[in-house]
Design a protein around this ligand. Structure first.
Ligand code: NAD
Length: 477
C-alpha cells in the first residue's frame, strides 16, 4: 500500500475529491490516505502561506500529494500556495496532457493530442523583482543548465515511455539568446541522445499560434515556465474545456497531482462540478506510482462514461449527451463501468512497471571564466547621453566606457534622437587590450563614481566562459 497525502481543498474541492476517492477505492487502487488541510481556512486563520508545518511534514514524508483546488483569498498579502509548493518541493516538471474527446466533447480540433511539459521552478517565476529608479522596475529571468537539462530530459523520457513520436521546443531565443538560448541549446544536446524520437524547435510566438490553430502537428511540447503557463491553459481550453484536464507536478523526491481548474466557488456544494480533471490527475498519479493496471481500468471506465453521453452540466450538450448527471452520479457511473473498454474513444494501454529514467544532474567541468568588464546601471535624470558619457569617461580605470544603452538600445556613441530614454542607463565598461579585467578596477570605478555623484543602482560583471562571450550586445551595437 502506498501512502498518499490528500487535501480536499475549498469550493468544489471536497465534492470532486470524494468522487475521485470513491472511484480509486472501487478500482482497487493500492493506496492509503493521509488527509491534510490547506487553503482558505488555513489562510484565514492567519497563516499567509495557506499550509502549516504538520501538512508539510505529511507531504514530505509520503512524497505523493493529491490536491483538490484551493481558494486564494484576494488581497491581504496571501501568496499562491501552488507556486510555494512547486518551488519548495522542487517540483520541476509540470505535465499537462490535452487530448480531444471528439465528438463527445465539443472542440474545433478533433485530432489534437498534445502533452505540454512546462518547466515549473525558474524563469521569471524566481520572483526576484526590484524597483531601481523612479521609472524602472525589473524582474530577473533565471534560466539554469540544471533546470533546462532536467525538464528537457523529462520531456524526452516521457515521450519514450508513452510512445510519443515527437518532442518540440518553444523558446524566444532569437531575442533572448543567452537565457532562452541555453534552453534551446540543451534541447538540441538532449534530443541527440534520443534519435528514435523526432524533435523540432519553434520560436514561441509562431509555435503558440500554430498550436492554437493546428494542434495535431504537435505531440510533446517542452518550454520554459512562463510560456508553459500561458500555452498550457490555451491548449487545455482548445481541447474542449479546462474543466477536464489534470496535471502532474513532478520533482526528484515528491510529486503533486491536481486538476488544472480552480475551486469554482460559484458552483460549490451543488453536486454539479465535473470531477474529471482531478480524476485524470489521479490517473497520472497511479501511473507515476507504478499502478498502471488501476490507472488503465479507471481511464477506460471514464472514457466509456464520456462516450455514452453521461455528462456533468459543464460539458452537457443536447446533440451528444444522453444523461445530465451530478458529481456523485458521474462517479457512480464510472464505478459501474470499471472493467469495460470504450468502443469509440481510444482504450488506454499504459506501460507496466516502468519508470522514467531520470538521472541526477551532474555538474560539468568548470569553464575558464574571464572577467572582461562591467555593466554599471545608473539612475540619471538627464536626457542627453553625451552628457552622461562625459561624466563616465572621467572615471579612470583599465576598463573603459564603450557603450551606453537605455532599455537595451544603444544611445551612445551615436544614438538616434528618436530613441525614448528613461532614467535607467546601462553603461558598459570593457577592457580594450583583450587582457582580463581586474576586479579591483571595477571597485575603483564605483568609488570614483561616488565622487562624481553618480547614482549607481546595480552592476553586472561581464565574463567570457571558455572564450565565449557570456553577455548580450546592446541593440544597435
Ligand atoms: P475556476 O477554475 O475555479 O472557475 C472558472 C469557471 O469554471 C467557473 O465558472 C467555474 O464554475 C467553472 N469550473 C471550474 N471547475 C469546474 C468543474 N470541475 N466543473 C464544472 N465547472 C467548473 O477559476 P476562478 O473562478 O478564477 O478561481 C476560483 C478560485 O480558485 C480562486 O480563489 C483561485 O485563486 C483558485 N484557483 C485555485 C487553483 C488551484 O488550487 N490549483 C487553480 C486556479 C484557481
Amino acid at each position: 500500500m502506498q501512502k498518499v497525502t490528500v487535501a480536499k481543498g475549498d469550493g468544489i474541492g471536497p465534492e470532486i475529491m470524494d468522487a475521485t476517492l470513491s472511484i480509486l477505492k472501487a478500482a482497487g487502487a493500492r493506496l492509503e490516505y493521509d488527509h491534510i488541510a490547506v487553503g482558505e481556512q488555513v489562510y484565514l486563520s492567519g497563516n499567509t502561506s495557506g499550509i502549516d508545518k504538520s501538512a508539510w511534514d505529511s507531504i514530505r514524508t509520503n512524497k505523493i500529494f493529491l490536491k483538490a483546488p484551493i481558494t486564494t483569498p484576494q488581497g491581504g498579502g496571501y501568496k499562491s500556495l501552488n507556486v510555494t509548493m512547486r518551488k519548495s518541493l522542487g517540483l520541476y516538471a509540470n505535465v499537462r496532457p490535452c487530448k480531444s474527446l471528439h465528438p463527445f466533447v465539443k472542440t474545433k480540433h478533433p485530432k489534437m493530442d498534445v502533452v505540454i511539459v512546462r518547466e515549473n521552478e525558474e524563469d521569471l517565476y524566481a520572483g526576484i523583482e526590484h524597483q531601481q529608479t523612479d521609472e524602472v522596475v525589473q524582474c530577473l529571468k533565471l534560466i539554469t543548465r540544471p533546470g533546462c537539462e532536467k525538464i528537457v530530459r523529462y520531456a524526452f523520457e516521457y515521450a519514450k515511455l508513452y510512445k510519443r513520436k515527437k518532442v518540440s521546443c518553444f523558446t524566444k531565443d532569437n531575442i533572448m539568446k543567452h537565457t532562452d538560448g541555453l534552453f534551446h541549446k540543451v534541447f538540441k544536446e538532449i534530443a541527440a541522445e534520443y534519435p528514435e524520437i523526432e524533435s523540432d524547435n519553434w520560436i514561441i510566438d509562431i509555435g503558440a499560434a500554430r498550436l492554437a490553430d493546428t494542434p495535431e502537428i504537435f505531440d510533446v511540447v517542452v518550454m520554459p515556465n512562463l510560456y508553459g503557463d500561458i500555452v498550457s491553459d490555451i491548449t487545455a481550453q482548445i481541447s474542449g474545456s479546462v474543466g477536464l484536464a489534470g496535471t502532474s507536478n513532478i520533482g526528484e523526491e515528491c510529486a503533486m497531482f491536481e486538476a488544472i481548474h480552480g475551486s469554482a466557488p460559484d458552483i460549490a456544494g451543488k453536486n454539479i462540478a465535473n470531477p474529471s480533471g482531478l480524476l485524470r490527475a489521479a490517473i497520472m498519479m497511479l501511473n507515476h506510482l507504478g499502478q498502471a493496471d488501476v490507472a488503465e481500468k479507471i481511464k477506460n471506465a471514464w472514457s466509456c462514461v464520456i462516450e455514452k453521453g453521461i455528462h456533468t452540466p459543464d460539458i452537457y450538450n443536447e446533440t451528444v449527451s444522453t444523461q445530465k448527471v451530478g458529481t456523485k452520479e458521474f462517479a457512480e457511473a464510472v464505478i459501474e463501468h470499471l472493467g469495460q473498454k470504450p468502443q469509440k474513444l481510444e482504450a488506454a494501454s499504459y506501460a507496466r512497471n516502468v519508470k522514467l529514467n531520470l538521472p541526477k544532474y551532474i555538474r560539468r567541468k568548470q569553464a575558464n571564466k574571464v572577467l572582461k568588464g562591467v555593466d554599471i546601471f545608473v539612475d540619471w535624470k538627464g536626457s542627453n547621453a553625451e552628457e552622461l558619457a562625459e561624466k563616465l569617461q572621467k572615471l579612470n580605470s583599465d576598463v573603459k566606457l564603450n557603450m551606453i544603452t537605455n532599455r537595451g538600445v544603444k544611445v551612445w556613441p551615436e544614438g538616434f534622437s528618436e530613441t525614448f530614454c528613461t532614467d535607467h542607463w546601462r553603461c558598459r565598461f570593457e577592457v580594450e587590450n583583450g587582457h582580463p579585467a581586474k576586479m579591483g578596477s571595477i571597485a575603483k570605478i564605483m568609488m570614483d563614481a561616488l565622487t562624481e555623484n553618480l547614482d549607481i543602482i546595480k552592476t553586472e560583471n561581464l565574463y567570457e566562459f571558455d572564450g565565449q562571450r557570456g553577455y548580450s550586445l546592446g541593440q544597435g551595437q
